[in-house]
Write a protein that binds this ligand. Structure first.
Ligand SMILES: [Zn+2]
Length: 96
């Protein structure tokens, strides 16, 4: 639900959370009980926490802080030759 801002004649500002479209133009001030008018305020269009924000943040971070990649394949000891293919027919192919 959106947050609506109100200000009374004495300058007290307060916020009220109401369902969208149900905020009245006038409310009574919780401090002085006077009439408070609804104020126009900038909407909070935050993407924080959404998957779109995480994707953008990840893309921005990878541009400046790329992840360090180890050349070793997990589970393979260093120094052992790595088989690219296990198909025996590939052994007959010419070597580079
Ligand atoms: Zn007031």
């Amino acid at each position: 639900m959106p947050i609506y801002e109100y200000r009374c004649a004495e300058g007290q500002e307060f916020e009220v959370i109401l369902p969208m479209g149900l905020a009245p133009d006038l409310l009574s001030c919780p401090t002085c009980q006077g009439t408070a008018k609804r104020r126009m305020s900038a909407p909070t269009l935050s993407l924080a926490g959404t998957s779109a924000y995480k994707l953008i943040d990840s893309a921005n971070r990878s541009a400046h802080e790329p992840t360090v990649v180890d050349s070793r394949i997990p589970g393979v000891r260093a120094g052992t030759p790595q088989l690219i293919t296990t198909n025996p027919l590939h052994r007959k192919l010419p070597r580079p």
